[in-house]
Ligand binder design. Structure first.
Ligand code: B1M
Length: 213
């Protein structure tokens, strides 16, 4: 079995320690961080996602797989984060209210930090006002919202509206992402940028911050 398959399988079984060791081994073998992420970690997570949908695994199984995913991506962090030009700017990042999914958000943070941006990660289940307060307090260029549930993605519209109410809408760009979000949704709620993955979210954030400086 290839090492990437082993990573995927151990992640599905929630074996965080094995995943960490295998990710390190894959790095030592010269496999790129992007390939380990895509074909090892994310491929394992997507199998878990399918099984979860079909009721073949349950919340505790998904939680331990998520822990293994986070353990593996932490090892990749310095490699994923290293990139050429460093941008200057501050991003307020969080998973919206009612939503507890944070794996994608954590990847977004890692990649943005790799671009040299300061990322204030508010975590999960973040109330609308918290995004706004922190954007004002830190004079942020971007508010970045993640959502994984169709039932919580609507919170992003509240963030856009609250930014208008607070009088900061022209100063702050609002970026949205997460599996159920798309370009159309972004336009409909009046947000500025939709990006489908962490790497393109980081690229876009760096561009926005450079343009605003
Ligand atoms: Co949840 N869950 N979950 N879950 N879970 C999904 C999302 C689901 C699609 C599973 C399914 O049914 N197939 C489904 C949502 C259905 C829907 O809304 N239509 C679902 C459900 C229903 C639920 C619960 C309601 C289940 C229950 O309790 N009955 C519950 C809700 C809890 C809550 O949030 N209130 C729940 C709970 C959980 C766990 C806690 C067990 C766990 C989360 C653990 C954690 O995050 N620490 C969990 C997980 C792990 C998943 C799946 C299996 C995997 C999600 C994931 O981490 N993917 C997921 C199924 C799936 O997605 N296939 C599922 C990997 C991650 C890297 O991808 O987050 O999409 P993702 O991030 C991507 C892009 O979207 C993008 O970048 C990343 C890639 O580079 N991105 C951004 C993300 N944020 C971005 C922001 C940006 C830009 C890009 O700019 C700001």
């Amino acid at each position: 079995m290839s090492i990437l398959n082993e990573i995927s399988l151990n992640l599905q079984q929630g074996k965080a320690k094995n995943v960490k060791e295998l990710v390190q081994k894959a790095i030592d073998e010269g496999i790129s961080a992007e390939k380990i992420l895509e074909e090892g970690l994310l491929s394992g997570m997507s199998v878990i996602g399918e099984k979860f949908k079909n009721n073949e695994v349950y919340v505790p199984d998904v939680l331990i797989a998520a822990r293994a995913m986070n353990a593996g991506s932490e090892i990749l962090k310095p490699l994923l984060a290293s990139s050429g030009v460093k941008a200057k700017g501050t991003v307020i990042l969080g998973t919206v209210k009612g939503d507890l999914h944070d794996i994608g958000k954590n990847l977004v943070r890692m990649m943005m930090e790799g671009k040299g941006l300061e990322v204030i990660d508010l975590g999960i289940d973040v109330p609308t006002d918290k995004f706004i307060q922190d954007a004002i307090e830190h004079n942020a260029q971007i508010i970045a919202c993640s959502a994984l549930l169709t039932t919580t993605m609507g919170e992003m519209k509240n963030v856009v509206e609250a930014a208008k109410q607070a009088g900061i809408r022209d100063k702050v760009s609002i970026m949205v992402g997460g599996a159920p979000v798309n370009e159309n949704f972004c336009k409909n709620i009046g947000a500025d940028v939709y990006k489908p993955d962490a790497a393109s979210a980081a690229d876009a954030a760096a561009e926005i911050c450079m343009a605003k400086n």
